[in-house]
Design a protein around this ligand. Structure first.
Ligand code: BGC
Length: 699
């Protein structure tokens, strides 16, 4: 929107009207002013100047509006989008979400969320991409580009250090500036620089003593002055303590707002506590983005939900990670299959809280198996249907709304029944599910299997494998769980995450080999919780701690496991395929700005497939402690036919290999190793390059 139009508007707006643009209307379900009842938030309209109320709606897995009139596509959760390692595909997902949001009259989609998987028990991990800042930042950039290509804004959140739910409102996150810069701020920096999101949401927590929403260093020095962000910042819903400090620090919009907040800001302006220039600056930032929004201009219409369902399916299929396969997969169509686990019916599409969705349908595993005419054990399926039928009302809510799982124990069938099914079927498939959500972190019991789940796996495994019949496990989960203690009892494990409304079809088609799994882990599966470097969700008082210290510093995820010699259950970047790939022809070139890495990936197996090639850099031993290796570039190949190859060229800027020493970014001199692999631990090609003189960088 042109500066001139905004200046004209500023000259016409009264102080009260300006403040109204910056403070939300409160609850959109009860407010008369709401344009889209049930959206997460809205600014006040200024009708006399034709400025609409701008509508903001969640969220990361699809548009969430709490209004039965607004059904929207449920896409895979963010951790699954990251598992695709496919920015082009994620951009399509973002575009589809943006179009749906626009057709509902939404101006800003409150997504994506960019916090880091610091601990497997993080309650909102499903809503975040990865433990790695580069993967998070690249996938987020694609997502933002997609959303904004629909003519509305994206909002990257929660800025920053919101890695846990326990005590989240007032929690003080203590973290070194180095870890902030290299790990926690990094994905935001990449997304701001590469995709120019219209807005940023400041987080609930404090950062090193100051509320994020009141933190001038964060919102002004780093975000705007260093990174060049030119959009507006909004609070998370109800975050922070003091609107005066918030607006003065560079937090332009107060959400969800309401009359009290409006009066507080107005009073502060009148008393001179917030300079009018600061208000003008914030209004300019808001209008310069939102007056251009297609959301408020669009007439409510029906987006192409069928086309979007296909995109949701593609994303789900590409985000499937095959963790183990000893010949059990793919399954031949004619085989008789016994499905175990209530998740075959209660298939989990996504997580709970503001990131949930209201899709028109959810394809469950059992429905999809029937749809594909598989020879399933119907007698067994009936038992599961009976077991969950007492929860009929909850089920409706479960699929359409909050997936608060009715807690049904996995002893639906007895031991004798299980043994009987082994006689009449060719293989068993066991579904293990987990649901998590905003507002609480998971407990150790959620990581380790429950007794009833262990019993089911033990019994099915004994009954089938004793007579030479394979057992497959499907993990329908949002964050890593224990696999190390039971994986020997099954022949294959498919990590299906929470795949959105196309869950069942995507899972069944992968089991059948109609599609070849090509997802890779965006986060480590540790062997035990004791192995995780960041054990704590904060100190005293237990349950609502006042602070958390990121003692592991930069050693998050694989950076810790690799540097300190801890063997994970499945490492970052890992994932199998039904075909095989070879890596060859590595060459490394250097110029004054960057390193260029070239290599070839060839499909050496019998099935078409895609591979995610990953480039890690191992630094020399220098003055600064560095992780053993770090992901610096990646590329998902196109679908390669057997025998076909793709030549890949990736560039890595020197600055992107540098470390933050407290003042500036430093790339020490020495010999750096380039490691090209199919995971962080499966390295197929190695080369090196030299840095002769130390290099330093700012911002
Ligand atoms: C969440 C945000 C969300 C907002 C609006 C908050 O509770 O933390 O992620 O966008 O609500 O629904």
């Amino acid at each position: 929107m042109s500066q001139q139009i905004i200046e004209e508007l500023l000259s016409k707006l009264s102080i009260e009207e300006k403040v109204k643009i910056l403070v939300g209307i409160g609850d959109t379900t009860s407010s008369q002013l709401a344009r889209v009842p049930g959206a997460a938030g809205q600014t006040h309209p200024i009708e006399r100047l034709n400025i609409p109320g701008f509508v903001l709606a969640d969220g990361p897995a699809g548009v969430r509006i709490e209004n039965p009139a607004c059904r929207a596509t449920a896409f895979p959760v963010e951790v699954m989008l990251a598992s695709t390692w496919n920015p082009e595909l994620v951009e399509q997902v973002g575009k589809a979400m943006g179009e749906e949001a626009r057709s509902c009259g939404v101006d800003v989609l409150l997504a994506p969320a960019l916090n880091i998987h610091r601990h497997p028990l993080g309650g909102r991990n499903f809503e975040y991409f990865s433990e790695d800042p580069l993967l998070s930042g690249k996938i987020a950039s694609a997502y933002v580009r997609g959303v904004q290509s629909a003519g509305i804004g994206a909002c990257i959140k929660h800025f920053v250090g919101n890695e846990q739910e326990t005590g989240r409102w007032g929690l003080d996150t203590f973290v070194s500036e180095r870890a902030l810069r290299e790990i926690y701020l990094k994905p935001f920096e990449i997304a701001v620089k590469e995709a120019k999101p219209w807005s940023v949401m400041s987080a609930y927590n404090k950062l090193n003593g100051v509320h994020c929403s009141e933190n001038e260093w964060l919102l002004t020095t780093v975000l705007r002055e260093e990174w060049g962000f030119d959009g507006f910042v909004m609070t998370d819903w109800g975050a922070g303590e003091d609107v005066v400090r918030q607006i003065n620090a560079g937090n332009d919009v107060i959400m969800p707002g309401g009359q009290d907040k409006l009066e507080q800001v107005l009073k502060a302006v009148r008393e001179g506590k917030i300079p009018i220039e600061t208000i003008d600056r914030a209004v300019t930032r808001v209008l310069s983005k939102l007056l251009g929004s297609a959301g408020y201009k669009s007439t409510p219409g029906k987006p192409d939900l069928e086309a979007h369902a296909k995109i949701a399916y593609e994303a789900a299929v590409e985000g499937m990670v095959l963790l183990k396969n000893e010949g059990a997969l793919p399954i031949d169509r004619g085989k008789k299959i016994a499905f175990f686990g209530v998740g075959q019916i209660l298939t989990v599409k996504g997580g709970m809280g503001s990131g949930h969705t209201h899709p028109p349908y959810v394809s469950t595993i059992l429905d999809a198996a029937r749809e594909r005419s598989l020879a399933i054990d119907e007698e067994l399926a009936k038992k599961y249907a009976e077991a969950v039928s007492t929860y009929k009302e909850e089920l409706e809510i479960f699929y359409r709304d909050e997936p608060d799982k009715p807690s049904i124990s996995e002893d639906v069938v007895g031991e004798a029944d299980i043994y009987a099914t082994a006689q009449r079927n060719d293989l068993a498939v066991i579904v293990v599910t987990r649901v998590s959500g905003e507002g609480w972190d998971l407990a150790p019991e959620d990581f380790y299997l429950r007794d009833d789940e262990k019993w089911l796996i033990d019994t099915v495994s004994e009954a089938y494998r004793k007579i030479g019949k394979p057992v497959v496990a499907i993990l329908n989960i949002g964050t890593p769980i224990d696999v190390a203690s039971w994986r020997e009892k099954v022949d294959a494990i498919l990590l299906a995450w929470q795949p959105g409304q196309e869950a069942g079809r995507a899972i069944i088609d992968t089991l059948l080999g109609l599609v070849n799994p090509s997802g890779k882990l965006p986060t480590t599966f540790p062997k035990t919780l004791g192995d995780v470097p960041s054990w704590t969700f904060g100190g005293e008082p237990a349950g609502s701690p006042k602070s958390v210290t990121y003692e592991e510093d930069i050693y998050v995820g694989y950076r810790y496991y690799d540097t300190f010699g801890k063997e994970p259950a499945y490492e970052f970047g890992y994932g199998l395929s039904y075909t095989t790939f070879s890596y060859s022809d590595l060459s490394i070139e250097q110029d004054s700005e960057q390193v260029k890495v070239k290599f070839r990936v060839t499909n050496t197996g019998k099935m078409p497939g895609k591979e995610v090639a990953q480039v890690y850099v191992k630094p020399p031993k220098g003055k600064i402690d560095k992780p053993q290796k770090e992901l610096k570039a990646f590329k998902k190949t196109r679908l390669l036919q057997p025998g076909e190859h793709e030549d890949i060229v990736l560039t890595i800027g020197y600055k992107d290999m540098a470390s933050f020493n407290g003042k500036e970014w430093v790339l020490e001199k020495g010999t750096y190793k380039i490691m090209v692999g199919s995971s962080s631990r499966r390295i197929h090609l190695e080369g090196e390059f030299k840095i002769h003189e130390e290099k330093t960088f700012r911002n």
